[in-house]
Design a protein around this ligand. Structure first.
Ligand SMILES: *Cc1c(COP(=O)(O)O)cnc(C)c1O
Length: 403
């Protein structure tokens, strides 16, 4: 079986995936975006860049991450064989570092001397502050004031790594507002600043570039599967915030029609309540942060507040490539509630000795629902994109236990 590395779904030259994507930015931002696009196009084909990135992925992050047979979980479900792609073992505890390394190497090639980023729960902020420390670049992180309040341990981590945190007090004071503020800062620091976006969203070329850097997840799964099973997996499952870990897992398999793919959104308290973050399941197309994609918005086009037990899935938009893959029917998009994710977290902890983050616990909940109905020789790979240590206080609260 061949694995096709390039895909016909690569965006067109204006950054469109079918009708989605593009770059809806102010005129003053356009030169900056074009500069990133040209620099990335050159870096992509430069062996020195690839070699440097490979070296850091291997020796700094600890790649390749293992592909692990979750045997006790599989036995208990009595259906498909469940395999974990263990991206939670990466340096900084999640997949975010894959993207941060790629982008900071690009920023340095471009001669940029200052890095800015947005963060919600603080995971992308921590990964950005980490690579900035490693390469000696000053780092400014925009974070909603509400999130600064809720995510104190990550705020302190970023400070220890030498980053400056700017609490954003506009709008709902969360991730959406932090991203708006970062875009504003970028326009006013045209010459020296690089904006390191944390997910496969934002204006072109970010959705494509972040996907490419995260595709190392899927490429490794393909290699590891051929080595272990002598074939590709039957299905792939990943959770969706902005969509970067999922597209990273899926992308190298998109042309292989035999590989089924499932993206799992956060249903919060239920998709029929006002408290969820299921933008593909319940949203409508619209423009946010420079890209056209599915969005949770009200009848007046105002972005709605989202809600999920996992801070990393709490984003009202979704990367444009997922919107296109949904339209094409290539990927199945489902949603999982807070309660289901919490149960999956506990199951995984007790059966496998692994504390997954609450984000991939959503993917696991879907696996637990569907695996019993599949044959024993079905190979299902789920991306465990983050570790759960960061979530223990949230989990204690949800389980109503004191720690
Ligand atoms: C940030 C984060 C996510 C959500 O982001 P994607 O871009 O959708 O991958 C999911 N899981 C973890 C552990 C995260 O830190």
């Amino acid at each position: 079986m061949t694995i096709i590395a390039t895909s016909s779904h690569t965006p067109d030259e204006r950054g469109y995936f079918g009708p989605f994507g593009g770059r809806f930015v102010a005129e003053s931002l356009m030169p900056l975006i074009l500069e990133v696009e040209h620099a990335y196009a050159a870096a992509k084909h430069d062996d020195d860049f690839t070699r440097q990135l490979d070296d850091f992925n291997r020796h700094y992050t600890g790649r390749p991450s293992p592909l692990y047979h979750a045997q006790r979980l599989s036995d208990s479900l009595q259906g498909a064989q469940i395999w974990f792609k263990r991206d939670e073992l990466n340096h900084t505890g999640a997949h975010k570092i894959n993207n941060c390394l790629g982008q900071i190497l690009l920023a340095m090639r471009m001669g940029k001397t200052r890095i800015i980023a947005e963060t919600g729960a603080g995971q992308h902020g921590v990964a950005t502050a980490t690579v900035c420390a490693r390469f000696g670049l000053p780092c400014t992180i925009f974070m909603g004031a509400k999130d600064v309040e809720r995510q104190q341990p990550n705020v302190f981590r970023m400070k220890l790594l030498g980053a400056e945190i700017i609490p954003v007090t506009s709008g709902g004071q969360t991730l959406k507002d932090a991203m708006n503020e970062a875009l504003r800062d970028w326009v006013t620091h045209v010459d020296d600043t690089y904006y390191l976006i944390g997910t496969a969203a934002g204006p072109h070329p970010y959705p494509m570039m972040v996907r490419d850097f995260q595709s190392i997840i899927g490429r490794e799964v393909a290699d590891q599967s051929l080595e272990r099973f002598d074939r590709l997996p039957d299905s792939l499952v990943a959770c969706l915030g902005g969509g970067s870990n999922a597209i990273g897992l899926f992308y190298p398999f998109i042309e292989n029609a035999d590989v089924k793919m499932i993206g799992v959104e956060a249903a919060g308290k239920g998709v029929d309540t006002a408290h969820h973050a299921a933008s593909l399941t319940k949203g409508q197309p619209g423009v946010l942060h420079g890209t056209l994609s599915y969005l949770l918005q009200d009848a007046n086009g105002q972005i709605e507040e989202t809600s999920s037990i996992s801070a990393g899935l709490d984003y009202p938009g979704i990367g444009p490539e997922h919107a296109w893959l949904k339209e094409l029917g290539r990927v199945e998009y489902v949603s999982v509630t807070d309660v289901e994710a919490l149960a999956a977290f506990q199951e995984c902890a007790r059966l496998e000795g692994i504390l997954p983050a609450l984000e991939p616990s959503h993917a696991l909940a879907h696996v637990i629902k569907t695996a019993p109905h599949l044959p024993r020789n079905h190979i299902m790979v789920v991306n465990i994109c983050g570790r759960g240590d960061k979530d223990i206080f949230t989990i204690a609260k949800a389980l109503e236990v004191a720690i």
